[in-house]
Design a protein around this ligand. Sequence first.
Ligand code: SF4
Length: 359
Amino acid sequence: MSTSARVRADACPGVFATHDAADGPLARVRLPGGAITKDQLRVLADAADDLGDGALHLTSRGNVQLRGVTRPGLASRLSAAGLLPSPSHERVRNILASPLSEVAQRLAPALDKALCAVPELAELPGRFLFAFDGGRGDVAGEGADVCWRDGALLLDGTDTGLRITTENAVEALISVARNFLRVRGTAWRISELPATEPLLRDIPGETVKPQTFATKPGLPIGPLGDAIGVAPVFGRLTSGQARQIAKAGDAVVTPWRSILVRGKLESRTGLITDPQEPALGVSACIGRPGCAKSLADVRADAARIGRTPRAHVAGCERRCGKPAHEHVDVLATEDGYLVDGAWVPVGELAKTLAEKGTQ
Ligand code: SF4
């Protein structure tokens, strides 16, 4: 880890500590397991209209960001809607859960409750990430520090060999987090520790030979029984789209910037519902003009890309929101883009990426 990373303060934004972006204060609202009720969705849609830029920006951790929050009153609205159950813990409620797994969706709120009940865990770094994977390997590959994967305990994506029952899963993840706080020093993530054995102290479970599990992003898009998976372009859900979803029912925001809507969605305007849609292959950071660090209007350029292998377009080397899985790296420069390190002019970006798909 770089020295600068060690001395910098934990700058993960929340609702109380917003990030000062070029388009105004940015607030991140944590949704453990991505779960959001229809009433909470309406509250966020109203807050986006009344206080922010009119949209809900979905993140790669299944959370929602409001941008340009220049007017006061967000925290009180979110508290009243049950979206801020513990102000002291708001930035550490980072919990992924497989959207289609009943057990994972049940464990996420249970962990959230247990996490908020332990005062010392408010000191976890805002980057520390928990995950519950129902066994599909969908969220297990999303870079969580600690993941319960259908009984297997994974640290930084690697199987520890410990097997934990569903009943003990929440307690086990809480124990890992407590142990991490004891040994972390200045580390923010488990991947920064020299050894992970101390994290397994006092965790009861059966020990087996560690396995290598396959992982695969979930991205549930289209009809799925009584639900439907939809994706707003670049994860920007307008307040109007959010209200349409709320009309249909409760929802789950996925780490792939899509939404699983539990109900019948009458209007799908502007939402991607076809799993073959080329736009699903491209993600992009906010870029210009929202971010002062960006060297380009990356979303405008990314919107001109057609069919491509999974690609992420970023305005600077921080590469915000890049996928955890394999993808083509597209990085803005002063006068074009680096595609996996090779420079191309803006006008040839779409062609270059299309060719990557045929190689
Ligand atoms: S990757 Fe860079 S340009 Fe894009 S949002 Fe992050 S900091 Fe801004």
